[in-house]
Design a protein around this ligand. Structure first.
Ligand SMILES: CC(C)(COP(=O)(O)OP(=O)(O)OC[C@H]1O[C@@H](n2cnc3c(N)ncnc32)[C@H](O)[C@@H]1OP(=O)(O)O)[C@@H](O)C(=O)NCCC(=O)NCCS
Length: 233
């Protein structure tokens, strides 16, 4: 839970969960045969995707729905989607933007976030978030960071300077770490990549935490970050 220690705002502690590739929406295959159903807006978005991306999308949404239902101790089928987008608003018809759910017409008391990378899924939540508290998680596979021009498009001048002298796996690891920090932050604010990533310096921001290697059951080589907004600031 969040609070104030003296005059210093304290960020709430998030709950994190990873789901490996091939586990349908993070469901334990031995837990029952019935796959978790998605909502109408999610099914419509899924239907517009090619089979590969559709499976990735559906797995992430199932994992998120199951995670939220377990935190709330309600059946997953009772949750309706309540996503929100700074441009398009919020509600059950929205299939993109910041994730959220409603239960019997009321938004549930969870600040949620979702990320997918190389078949893995990372979900995070702040339970009973104080008013206005948001969070973001992001997962990055360093093996996907080997493209020409990454530093120029994605990093600030200070971040590029911090990478000077790195090469090979160490360079890819550090790119992935900074990228995960940026996307976690941009999901926390809700701006997404409407904010140019090369304008956002994440070298040192107390609201962003790098996950330790292997934390939440992720592969040791992956980078992940979680950002939680503070109360009282
Ligand atoms: C959010 C974003 C930074 C991360 O994307 P990514 O690295 O490709 O993908 P990830 O798997 O890490 O994260 C995707 C998840 O981020 C979340 N997300 C998307 N937009 C978000 C926002 N504005 N705020 C918070 N979270 C958001 C969703 O849960 C999404 O999952 P979904 O695909 O099931 O909807 C990027 O997708 C983005 O900027 N999206 C917004 C684009 C936009 O503004 N579009 C215009 C809409 S009108």
């Amino acid at each position: 839970m969040a609070g104030l220690v003296g005059a210093v705002p304290v960020a709430p502690v998030p709950v994190l969960r990873s789901c490996p590739p091939g586990v349908s929406g993070g469901q334990d295959p031995t837990a029952g045969r019935q796959a978790l159903a998605l909502g109408p807006a999610e099914l419509a978005r899924a239907a517009a995707l090619a089979p590969g991306p559709r499976a990735v999308f559906v797995a992430g949404r199932r994992a998120l729905r199951r995670f939220a239902a377990e935190l709330l101790d309600v059946p997953a089928s009772d949750l309706t989607t309540h996503f929100s987008c700074p441009r398009c608003g919020s509600g059950p018809e929205l299939s993109h933007g910041r994730p959220g759910y409603a239960l019997r017409g009321e938004p549930v008391p969870l600040a949620l976030s979702l990320s997918r990378s190389s078949g893995w899924i990372l979900v995070g939540a702040v339970v009973d978030p104080p008013a206005g508290v948001t969070m973001g998680v992001d997962l990055a596979d360093p093996s996907g960071m080997a493209f020409e021009g990454f530093d120029g498009v994605a990093l600030t001048a200070a971040e590029r300077a911090a990478l000077t002298g790195l090469a090979g796996p160490l360079l890819l690891q550090e790119r992935a770490r900074l990228w995960a920090r940026k996307e976690a932050w941009l999901k926390m604010t809700g701006d997404g990549l409407a904010t140019a990533p090369d304008t956002l310096d994440v070298l040192s921001r107390p609201d962003i935490r790098d996950l330790a290697a292997g934390e939440a059951g992720l592969p040791l080589s992956f980078c992940a970050a979680v950002a939680v907004s503070r109360t009282g600031s």
